[in-house]
Design a protein around this ligand. Structure first.
Ligand code: HEC
Length: 106
């Protein structure tokens, strides 16, 4: 029981660290290859996700808009490079990534 409580506390600590520091890409982004074109704090091929979060801050439709871009691809928002559609991504994974990105907004 004691170990279980300890691991719950540890997990909560990790979650809070993810919100406030967010230094690393989530596994779901690595798994779907987002990391080959995106980083959090800088532009790679696509925009840094911190910049994406700041751009859509306060936009009530942002989650839906970004979810569509992630699934179908997008172009013309950040520069001449288009973002490709993502194959084989589940709705749950899309929601998880969108929540992560929008959660970066300061
Ligand atoms: C081949 C490179 C590449 C991959 C792989 C890629 N992206 Fe992108 N992404 C881009 C580019 C380039 C843009 C800028 C498109 C534009 O200007 O509209 C972009 C834009 C975005 C945006 C901002 C969209 C907007 O309209 O403002 C989000 C969010 C995003 N990508 C998330 C993801 C996620 C999540 C994944 C993985 C599932 C992913 N990207 C994989 C290249 C990529």
């Amino acid at each position: 029981m004691k170990t279980m409580i300890a691991s719950i506390i540890a997990a909560m600590g990790l979650m809070m660290a993810g919100v406030s520091i967010a230094a690393d890409m989530p596994d779901v982004a690595k798994k779907n290859n987002c990391t080959s074109c995106h980083a959090i704090d800088k532009k790679v091929v696509g925009p840094g996700w911190q910049d994406v979060a700041d751009k859509y801050k306060g936009d009530a439709g942002a989650a839906e808009k970004l979810g569509t871009v992630i699934v179908k691809g997008g172009r013309g928002v950040w520069g001449p490079m288009p973002m490709p559609a993502t194959s084989k991504i589940t709705d749950a994974e899309v929601s998880e990534i969108v929540a992560f990105i929008l959660g970066l907004a300061k």
